[in-house]
Design a protein. Structure first.
Length: 624
């Protein structure tokens, strides 16, 4: 009887292998989860939910062209208040407007922008390019393009692997990496789009080498041009085209002859790639006076000092720490040497150069991001190597298979949990340290101690190629652990100091000439009379203790505590309560918040004289 059961199970599994479309179901599953995540978060209804960060530049070309009919962006100066936070008002020395990011993503956004325009028109929403209907369709554009890319990726993988292997690979590459986050919560960033474009580029590269045609040449040129226009460093993907199907020295000669035979098709590829770039070149020429314009100003690469180790393994943004699934994607590259020779060298060499270039950028952690977001674009290639690894394990002994797939499944849940951690602030967008990582490990939300353990980068030194960190600046204080923390954690920069002490925020006012403790103080003089400002929220009836040390103790300088409207509340104290033998004097006072207060109050320092006055050891302490 038992043998009969096993026989039926065996027949069922064989039927699944031959007739099912598990890989298609995997794409449907991912698409459903991504769509539901977007619907649940409702980012299109939030002021800074969709067009944020780099997307402000990527998207700005569409409203400028189709709504304000002015690609010179001069319309910004007519309504600076409205466009603040919506469009970057960057100008050349001659007054020409430009955007930091190129217009490549605007091309992909365009169909969804038009749907948003139609929806806004029908619903009588503002036709300004930034109302909810526009944001809704722009947000969901990433899901569309990623699903399209996954369908093409599925076709590529099915040429070489069976449906079960392909299905598992698609699940792991989507839900087991930060591709999921950048398809949903920050879906409008460039990475999900370029992931799909690179998938399509691989598809037509394979077809072109099998049977070169004018159609394939045109499509490769257009897709490559768009990939490079969106993110210029991704132009490195041309290495895959050049090295595809090369395995030894003899293959180089064969490949060279193949290119000679289809020389004019290579010209067509080049022509259409340049054609995609032409609108951007015209934009730069008209707005800046230059055909080629470096919009990143002093930002650049440090190829002699790449941060590869930190980029791969650091607690700040380490690719393999936050996306451990890719360890197996890297391991799978070496399995391609025997399994899929045509892919081995192009993926290996591309990976080496890609990692080197990405982590040679001055800000190798790429600002605010979940993990190493710059690596997401290349997941198309790692899907092939990951599939080779999964196939090898699938054919291994039962214990190896169970153990490895259990580990890989845990990594999927680990990635999804970390995604929630990042959403709720338990993983900081740019200041993670070893201490803060392990303090938050396993916790969905951060606590106040976590913020004390963060480690900001010193961007002034970083942009010069010097890796350096700063002490965490304690900017604001909160109250009860639930209300205040949830408010502050949204910005992930403000937190309660348990000991009440705060670092002075004004780095430019720091001085080592005098100190009461530590190694620095803040220096105010006739030119800079105010400093050390800290804003925080208060409640009626609360009591606070404020204190600061100043040098010299008899200087005409005060500690000030006031409401935003000083008519509501204003208190300043110049006299010191005590002074020490080094001429440092302590100003301190207690304040009870009035019953009619507004929530936001401010503490700051005021030098009333033209002399130099030093301040140190600012204290803000809630007494009740």
């Amino acid at each position: 009887m038992q043998l009969g059961k096993n026989k039926h199970i065996h027949h069922f599994l064989n039927w699944v292998k031959k007739n099912s479309r598990l890989s298609l179901m995997a794409i449907v599953l991912f698409g459903t989860i991504a769509i539901m995540t977007n619907l649940n978060n409702g980012l299109w209804n939030k002021k800074y939910g969709v067009v944020i960060h780099d997307v402000i530049s990527y998207y700005s070309y569409l409203p400028a062209l189709f709504i304000y009919h002015d690609l010179s962006f001069s319309y910004l100066d007519k309504n600076l208040e409205f466009f603040a936070g919506k469009v970057f008002n960057s100008k050349t020395k001659d007054g020409g407007h430009y955007q930091k990011m190129t217009m490549g993503l605007s091309i992909l956004y365009l169909p969804f922008f038009l749907l948003g325009y139609l929806s806004a028109w029908i619903s009588n929403a503002p036709l300004d390019g930034y109302s909810s209907p526009f944001m809704f369709f722009i947000l969901f554009s990433s899901v569309f393009y990623v699903i399209a890319g996954l369908l093409v990726l599925r076709r590529i993988l099915l040429w070489f692997f069976n449906d079960i292997i392909v299905a598992i690979t698609l699940i792991f590459i989507t839900l087991g990496t930060n591709l999921f986050y950048y398809t949903s919560l920050e879906g409008t960033m460039s990475h999900a789009y370029n992931f799909s474009l690179i998938v399509i580029f691989l598809y037509y590269t394979i077809l072109w080498h099998e049977k070169p045609s004018w159609k394939n040449s045109i499509l490769i040129g257009l897709i490559y041009g768009l990939i490079t226009l969106i993110r210029p460093t991704n132009g490195l993907i041309m290495l895959f085209f050049l090295l595809y199907n090369i395995y030894n020295i003899g293959d180089i000669r064969i490949k060279f002859n193949h290119f000679l035979q289809h020389f004019w098709m290579l010209i067509v590829i080049t022509f259409f790639a340049i054609l995609v770039f032409l609108p951007q070149l015209l934009f730069w020429k008209l707005n800046t006076g230059h055909w080629f314009f470096w919009s990143y100003n002093e930002e650049g690469f440090f190829f002699t000092k790449p941060e590869i180790i930190r980029g791969l393994f650091s607690y700040r943004k380490g690719w393999l720490l936050y996306t451990p699934m890719m360890i197996f994607g890297l391991a799978g590259i070496f399995l391609l040497r025997k399994r899929l020779k045509a892919f081995y060298l192009p993926i290996l060499i591309f990976t080496v150069f890609n990692i080197y270039i990405i982590f040679s950028w001055w800000d190798w952690s790429y600002g605010g991001s979940f993990g190493a977001r710059a690596m997401i674009d290349s997941y198309a290639l790692f899907s092939i190597s990951l599939a080779a690894f999964i196939e090898t394990i699938w054919k291994s002994k039962r214990a190896v298979k169970i153990g490895t797939f259990t580990l890989l499944s845990i990594m999927v849940f680990f990635n999804l949990f970390q995604t929630l951690q990042y959403k709720y602030g338990a993983i900081h967008y740019c200041e993670m340290s070893k201490e803060s990582y392990w303090h938050s490990f396993g916790r969905l939300r951060a606590d106040y101690e976590y913020f004390n353990l963060l480690e900001p980068l010193d961007y002034k030194r970083l942009i010069k190629g010097e890796y350096a960190t700063l002490p965490k600046i304690r900017e604001s204080i909160g109250h009860d652990a639930k209300t205040s923390f949830e408010t502050f954690s949204r910005f992930r920069t403000n937190f309660l100091s348990e000991d009440g002490h705060y670092e002075f925020k004004n780095a430019s006012l720091q001085s080592q000439l005098k100190k009461h403790s530590g190694s620095n103080s803040i220096l105010l003089n006739g030119e800079k009379k105010y400093g050390g400002g800290i804003e925080f929220f208060v409640k009626p009836g609360e009591k606070y203790l404020f204190a600061v040390w100043k040098y010299p103790y008899n200087a005409k300088a005060s500690l000030v505590f006031a409401a935003q409207d000083i008519k509501e509340f204003y208190f300043q104290k110049e006299e010191t309560d005590q002074h020490d033998t080094s001429n440092w004097g302590l100003i301190s006072f207690e304040v009870k918040i009035p019953d009619s207060c507004h929530r936001k109050y401010r503490v700051y320092l005021w030098n009333k004289s033209t002399d130099s006055v030093f301040f140190d050891d600012l204290l803000i302490k809630k007494l009740n």
